[in-house]
Design a protein around this ligand. Structure first.
Ligand SMILES: NC(=O)c1ccc[n+]([C@@H]2O[C@H](COP(=O)([O-])OP(=O)(O)OC[C@H]3O[C@@H](n4cnc5c(N)ncnc54)[C@H](OP(=O)(O)O)[C@@H]3O)[C@@H](O)[C@H]2O)c1
Length: 313
């Protein structure tokens, strides 16, 4: 039954990626086959703009200035990303050379308008904050940045008004804040309640579910888009499921790898607009983007996924 589903689906798709395959609990299936521009999208509440639900994070793996040979690999990943229909890429000045690498690759691809670039500022002092922001424009080689976020709330009171002014001036499309620390949630929540924000970015995964209770409902109420970071708990989730098979029922919701299991759990929360897994390998890209297709878990399935994950040794 499941094999029939796969072959029917594959017949409907056009191959745009590498001919890699992933092994699930039952059967090896091809990845890298996508219906052109058929990724699931969600709406940014403040404007109605739609973005695909899976993006790319660039922490650590795009800080490659000391390894020039890796730039070619990342260029392939970003080229494939937009070919499939991907858009959102998240970076930051604190990710070493990542902004410069992303800016250089996007410039070489000559596809700036196909990307939604999110970056951050993390400075307490106004002068160094403005300097960091201007450096981001230069490194990313763009006149307009889609989303600017106050990184881990650092310099919030000083830099948020500056980012708002830049939005007014048309240099930034969206304003946001980010965290990946549960201990920061009280201040984060306070900020979401009182500031005018288009986006928040927060950690949420099967291993860290607190944001769904404390932060997502407020974002929904206030009409704020949600980006989810560290969806694999920086890769540690894969160690937890090491050598374990996917449950048979995963195929019912078009899940064919553990990465898709983790991402679809996140995406099936209605508050989530987009998830940004750290992605620097072509095979991982094709795998992760698969979570932006097919069926999403309903609330019963979400409970089942949680129980299954919690029960793993
Ligand atoms: N406060 C903040 O604003 C904040 C904090 C943290 C992160 N972020 C953002 O969120 C993004 C995501 O977080 P993250 O990159 O730290 O961690 P993550 O997305 O939870 O995990 C990344 C790790 O997962 C592995 N991986 C990716 N796709 C895979 C797949 N399909 N199968 C198996 N392994 C896979 C990668 O492996 P390899 O190492 O082998 O490539 C990498 O080690 C960051 O890149 C950054 O943009 C923001």
């Amino acid at each position: 039954m499941r094999e029939n589903n796969i072959s029917r689906r594959d017949m409907l798709k056009i191959a745009v990626g590498a001919s890699a395959s992933i092994t699930t609990g039952m059967v090896a299936i091809p990845i890298g086959t996508f219906q052109a521009k058929s990724l699931i999208t969600r709406t940014i509440p403040s404007t109605g703009e739609k973005i695909p639900v899976v993006g790319i994070g660039t922490a650590r793996r795009y800080d490659i200035n000391s390894f020039p040979e890796k730039r070619k690999q990342l260029k392939k990943v970003l080229k494939e990303f937009i070919t499939i229909g991907g858009k959102v890429i998240d970076t930051a000045p604190s990710y070493g050379s990542a902004e410069e690498v992303v800016g250089d690759i996007i410039n070489k691809l000559k596809k700036r308008e196909e990307f939604f670039i999110a970056t951050k500022v993390r400075k307490e002092n106004i002068n160094s904050g403005i300097h960091e922001v201007e450096e981001s424009f230069k490194k990313l080689q763009t006149k307009k940045i889609d989303l600017f976020q106050i990184h881990n709330l650092v310099g919030l009171n000083v830099m948020l008004p500056i980012i708002h002014e830049m939005k007014q001036a048309g240099r930034i499309s969206y304003v946001g804040i980010s965290t990946s620390f549960n201990w920061q949630y009280p201040e984060f929540i306070d900020t979401i309640k009182k500031e005018d924000l288009d986006f928040i970015q927060v950690n949420y995964s099967l291993a860290s579910r607190q944001a769904a209770k404390t932060i997502f409902p407020i974002a929904q109420d206030r009409g704020i888009a949600v980006l989810v970071n560290v969806p694999f708990n920086r890769g540690k989730l894969f160690s937890k499921v090491n050598h374990q098979s996917l449950p048979d029922w995963a195929g019912e919701i078009d899940i064919y790898s553990w990465a898709q299991f983790f991402l679809k759990y996140i995406l099936s929360h209605r508050a989530v607009t987009c998830v940004i897994p750290g992605t620097a390998k072509l095979q991982y890209l094709l795998d992760n983007m698969g979570a932006a297709q097919g069926q999403m878990p309903n609330s019963e399935m979400r409970t089942q996924m949680k129980r299954y994950f919690d029960g793993l040794m």
